[in-house]
Write a new protein. Structure first.
Length: 175
């Protein structure tokens, strides 16, 4: 039996700092698609997926993701046991963006309020007012903010996936 294999070209950059071209390509796709499939790991080591609405911020440290979400017992338990998750974006043109991240709940009230303002200031459909879900504001007991610190980021257009160019991928050397 003969099997033809298609080899995909991936350009992996390992460094402590995400290259601007990778971060820019990722954010462009993520903010256009808006909704991500986010997977955590349950207590038995099985993946658990949900749809979430991350916002990505370029910072001096690189790239940080933010999610407003209810800290349900399930999400809290998953991230307490395994503080990592994966965010995957896909659109009908087959552009994809994936960020594998360390994730943690933000406790600092000032940082939570700042993140709420990021969501409020962003243009729709990425931007929204979290007060529509949590009228009592970021201090509401069921209002949570997740911080996402990527250790691997990949972004590709359909043409790149089809093999006409390398797929830019960044991996943190200490991640």
């Amino acid at each position: 039996m003969v099997v033809d294999l298609l080899w995909f070209t991936t350009m992996v950059v390992e460094s402590p700092d995400i290259p601007d071209e990778v971060a820019g390509a990722f954010v462009a796709i993520a903010h256009r698609v808006v909704w991500a499939t986010v997977a955590t790991v349950d207590r038995r080591g099985r993946p658990r997926s949900r749809v979430m609405h991350p916002l990505w911020e370029r910072t001096e440290a690189g790239l940080t993701g933010w999610v407003t979400s209810r800290p349900t017992p399930l999400k809290v338990a998953h991230l307490d046991r395994t503080p990592f998750l994966s965010c995957a974006y896909w659109d009908p043109q087959h552009d994809v963006a994936v960020a594998d991240c360390r994730a943690g709940w933000v406790a600092d009230p000032e940082e939570r309020a700042r993140v709420w303002e990021l969501f409020r200031a962003a243009p729709p459909p990425l931007g929204h007012d979290p007060a529509a879900i949590w009228p009592d504001g970021p201090a509401a007991p069921d209002a949570g903010v997740l911080r996402l610190d990527p250790w691997r980021v990949r972004a590709a257009t359909a043409a790149e996936i089809a093999g006409s160019g390398p797929v830019p991928t960044w991996r943190w050397t200490n991640g």
